[in-house]
Design a protein around this ligand. Structure first.
Ligand code: PLP
Length: 447
């Protein structure tokens, strides 16, 4: 049972990320106490299906003893080793090699971070270093996509295009530019895939010309926009954009922090569009959330330019916990689990999830159902023809989230009336059916 003293301690001392401080003080905290598979237990003893895998990260699901043992073994043998100054640990070296072997194209070099934000941040630093090394230091402008999310580090938040990550912080983001999201449900050009791709190409060309083709350093995108509301671009979109960047000589970064590690089916979503980026950022599913870790994949041609540019000097970028041996040991074990059946199960469970959510399409509140693999969204509207978004004040996202919780389901309820789903890949048929049935109940109560 959740004690009042714990609630009070939380109110008084724990600052919650991406939360209304005062709102949280009033609502109090929801505490989880244990978990197994796709089911979590809260402090009231209520069992819930975790339809969001923590924060789209516990891809393998909860309670894998082999992951715990891998971490414990590494902690006993060597709990820490720096990767600075050319030092290292066996687990980090092996994980880098295993990942490089599976990454698309020549993404042969892996730089480990602590999570996604610092992975994105690291790419910005490496990209600037790259252009200095290429004697083009004036390439200091970056382009990304409206509704995109690339973390909340001081630099990465600039690439993020969600208003409350900018408003009130007063940090200059004049080096970053946006093109519209290829949001099929709400795209002014309609839902035809080729029209959406053409519109994005035109917008990107115009943006590059406006900024100056010799000023643009890189373009960032997510294969599926996660925090913007699980926005799925048409097939071929990523490839067309990637090719345009190549034509202009602009580096292309695929942010796979959410989509990586089986979330959409394969290990990396960019392979679904046959795209080889210059950089790929990952985190979350890399260690399945058991311990923190992110990874930047760097193409060989980029790595060589940076290496040659530095010569005998150190490339001055790193974290004390880069390539942490315990995180790497966990990463190696998680990779084994993915390839030992979890990816396959995720594909089957994802098909069941999509079919189940599609069955809710006729519900009066459901405007659209979309997704790929174990990543999905239900967009709620008050008028299906006009696609009128659910007004935030009449049905606040928090209320939908709370109702789902009371019905034994954790989902993400975005402020704009979009429900997000990213369950663990280990979900059984019964787990998926529970997600659907509890979603329906929640929607009926929301009417
Ligand atoms: N990039 C994307 C696409 C993300 O979705 C996230 C987090 O959700 C990040 C970067 C930031 O990752 P982290 O929260 O691990 O710093």
């Amino acid at each position: 049972m959740l004690s009042n003293s714990l609630i009070e301690l939380d109110r008084a001392h724990l600052v919650h990320p991406v939360s209304s401080f005062h709102g949280h003080e009033q609502q109090g905290v929801r505490v989880l106490t244990s978990a197994k598979g796709a089911t979590v237990t809260d402090a009231q003893g209520r069992q819930l299906v975790d339809g969001f895998a923590g924060l789209w990260c516990v891809n393998a699901g909860y309670g894998h003893d082999s992951i715990v043992e891998a971490a414990a073994r590494q902690m006993r043998e060597l709990p820490y080793a720096t990767a600075y100054f050319g030092m290292g640990s066996e687990s980090a070296i092996r994980l880098a090699a295993e990942l490089a072997e599976r990454a698309p194209g020549d993404l042969d070099h892996v730089y480990f971070t602590l999570g996604g934000s610092d992975a994105v941040d690291s790419t910005v630093r490496f990209i600037r270093y790259y252009w200095f090394a290429k004697s083009q230091p004036q390439r200091d402008q970056f382009i990304s996509v409206e509704q995109g999310y690339h973390g909340s580090s001081t630099v990465g938040a600039g690439l993020t295009a969600l208003p409350n990550f900018h408003a009130g912080f007063g940090i200059p983001f004049d080096w970053q530019h946006k093109i519209p999201s290829p949001y099929p449900y709400r795209n002014p050009v309609g839902q035809d895939p080729q029209a959406i791709i053409n519109a994005s190409l035109t917008a990107l060309k115009a943006k590059i010309e406006e900024v100056g083709a010799d000023r643009v350093a890189a373009f960032y995108m997510e294969p599926i926009q996660g925090s913007g509301g699980v926005i799925v671009p048409p097939k071929g979109w990523m490839k067309a954009i990637r090719n345009l960047c190549k034509e202009y000589g602009i580096l292309f970064v695929a942010d796979e922090v959410i989509t990586g590690f089986g979330r959409t089916g394969p290990l990396f979503a960019c392979t679904e569009d046959e795209v080889v980026p210059d950089f790929m950022t990952t985190a979350k599913g890399l260690t399945s959330g058991y311990v923190p870790m992110g990874a930047v994949f760097m193409a060989d041609h980029v790595y060589q330019v940076i290496a040659d540019g530095a010569g005998a000097s150190a490339v001055g970028h790193g974290y004390t916990y880069s390539a942490h041996p315990v995180s790497a040991a966990v990463g190696l074990e998680v990779l084994k689990l993915y390839e030992g059946g979890l990816l396959e199960n995720g594909i089957k469970a994802g098909a069941r999830l999509m079919a189940g959510l599609e069955s809710l399409k006729d519900h009066p509140l459901v405007g659209e159902v979309r997704g790929r693999g174990m990543l999905a969204a239900v967009e709620l509207v008050t008028d299906k023809i006009a696609k009128t978004p659910l007004p935030a004040e009449s049905v606040p996202a928090r209320r939908v989230f709370d109702r789902a919780w009371d019905n034994g389901l954790i989902i993400r309820a975005f402020a704009n009336g979009i429900l997000g789903y990213a369950p663990p890949l280990c979900c059984t048929e019964a787990d998926i059916d529970a997600i659907i049935e509890r979603t329906k109940k929640t929607l009926d109560q929301t009417l």
